[in-house]
Design a binder for this molecule. Structure first.
Ligand code: SF4
Ligand code: SF4
Length: 87
């Protein structure tokens, strides 16, 4: 039998998951962003905030470090960086 499953995207807004982000975190470079919001759409935790190009940031309290945002960004304006410290 399976235990409780997390099925809805973004549900970790209610359960902070940032504490088990262990390897990397996204860094928004704010250089080539065109404001397409694909990073926001791709983020399974709905933890990218911002209203206009070159202003997007991540709420690290909820980011898992999955890298989907960096992978999907058409301008490669998000870089995954090595985790340096606990939040
Ligand atoms: S790495 Fe990017 S896509 Fe993954 S949870 Fe963090 S902000 Fe969202
Ligand atoms: S996917 Fe890249 S270019 Fe598009 S809004 Fe996000 S950071 Fe900007």
């Amino acid at each position: 039998m399976f235990g409780p499953l997390v099925c809805k995207p973004g549900s970790s807004k209610k359960n902070k998951t940032g504490s088990w982000r262990i390897e990397s975190r996204p860094k928004f470079l704010h250089q080539e962003c065109i404001g397409c919001k694909m990073c926001i759409s791709a983020c399974p935790e709905a933890c990218i905030v911002g209203e206009e190009k070159n202003k997007y940031e991540v709420d690290l309290a909820f980011c898992k470090g999955c890298g989907m945002c960096a992978l999907i960004c058409p301008k490669k304006d998000i870089e995954m960086t090595k985790e340096e410290s606990e939040i």
